[in-house]
Design a protein around this ligand. Structure first.
Ligand SMILES: Cc1ncc(COP(=O)(O)O)c(C=O)c1O
Length: 385
């Protein structure tokens, strides 16, 4: 269930429109800098760059409207937007960690985030990545120098859930900061900050944008943590979101509640069809997992359109032939747009690949074409037509 308040936040209906002449969306403040009336005003402003318009690598009025809406949706005090989801993630890690620290990554983590963890090893930051059954026993992997627990729920590719409230409790007891990548759920279907998590990161490129036309990211957290992230990872690495793209994300937000409801209904119909199909061994969708029923019902308010299926095929060649014969599913990375997409897990010899990804898995992003059309397409492809 999506809350009424969230629909109004997405639409901007709770904002005063006086200084916009009643326009629903703000103008694009296509400016790199903001002039002040005097030298002293400029120098005073520079001391509060996180809340003053000085330079668009710091703050920008169009981006600020998006940041305020995302903070409100996540029930956080503060949001900063970035030029990509990875810029947001790397800024969090670089801002909060130092040499000698350890990070615990819980659940199937988006591949490039783990590659970033490997890179951080060069700067003396150690990590452990756990998935599968270990997720439930995450406490066993906390070290004396663990400074951050970073997790996904649902996890990438396999969509298993992590116990959000338990992670928050265990971390708070030990003074460890927690960060979730909340991209797949969107702030409409899962509110991790309300469950005690310190930081939510997002790729806005997916459901927030919704039209496969812009790349962006966001971090939502407390004012205190944001000051660190702003003056370190955000300002110094310089991954600022361009105002034109912020405007596209604001437009995307306006239709996000309606879109994710449609993605949810259609993806459930497709997932149930696949779960019954003889050519399908397993469907990996948070709402269909019997083992994770309780977590799904207590942590999530719904789920949009991204899930995986494990096919009963002879080999990788047969898997690719099925994927290629799909007419309506684009073969592409990313997800969350109006068009359905499919990507196979890359071929590997063992039964399980990296992070326990099962052999012969395909990930589907269910778009807005309509469930009947998509089911017919899948049915034909699985029949070898
Ligand atoms: C779960 C998740 N987090 C983060 C990212 C990275 O976002 P971006 O591509 O906007 O940098 C992605 C991209 O696919 C993702 O799937």
């Amino acid at each position: 269930m999506i809350e009424e308040q969230d629909v109004l936040i997405c639409l901007g209906s709770l904002e005063g429109l006086e200084d916009r002449h009643g326009a629903m969306l703000p103008p694009v403040a296509q400016a790199s800098l903001f002039r002040k009336r005097s030298a002293k005003e400029l120098l005073e402003g520079l001391k509060r760059e996180h809340e003053e318009y000085i330079y668009s690598r710091g703050t920008n009025p169009t981006v600020k409207v998006l940041e305020d809406r995302l903070a409100a949706l996540e029930r956080g005090e503060s949001c900063k937007c970035f030029s990509s989801g990875m810029a947001a993630i790397s800024s969090v890690l670089a801002s909060l960690l130092e040499s000698g620290d350890h990070v615990l990554f819980v659940n199937n983590i988006y591949g490039p985030t783990l590659q970033l963890a490997e890179l951080l090893a060069r700067f003396g930051i150690d990590h452990t990545a756990i998935h599968g059954d270990d997720v439930r026993n995450f406490e066993e992997f906390i070290e004396h120098n663990t400074k951050l627990i970073y997790f996904e729920s649902p996890g990438s590719m396999t969509f298993g859930l992590a116990p959000i409230r338990e992670i928050s409790k265990a971390a708070k007891e030990r003074g460890i900061v927690t960060c979730i990548d909340n991209t797949v759920s969107t702030p409409l279907f899962q509110k991790p900050l309300e469950m005690g998590i310190d930081i939510a990161v997002h790729s806005l490129t997916k459901y927030v944008g919704g039209h496969s036309d812009a790349v962006g990211g966001a971090v939502v957290t407390s004012r205190e943590l944001m000051e660190k992230i702003f003056y370190r990872g955000y300002m110094l690495f310089g991954g600022a979101l361009a105002p034109q793209n912020a405007w596209l994300f604001l437009r995307g937000l306006m239709t996000m509640p309606a879109r994710v409801r449609q993605h949810e209904a259609d993806a459930l119909a497709v997932a149930h069809f696949l779960a019954e199909h003889p050519k399908v061994k397993r469907v990996l969708h948070p709402a269909l997992s019997v083992n994770e029923r309780v977590l799904f019902e207590t942590q999530m308010r719904g789920y949009a359109g991204l899930f995986s299926a494990v096919l009963d095929v002879e080999d990788f060649e047969e898997l690719c032939a099925i994927v290629d014969s799909l007419r309506l599913f684009g073969k592409a990375v990313s997800w969350g747009g109006a068009e359905s997409l499919v990507i196979p897990a890359s071929g590997f010899d063992d039964d399980y690949g990296p992070q326990g990804i099962p052999k012969h898995l395909i990930r589907l992003s269910i778009g807005l074409e309509g469930a009947d059309m998509l089911i017919e397409d899948l049915s034909n492809a699985l029949a070898g037509n």
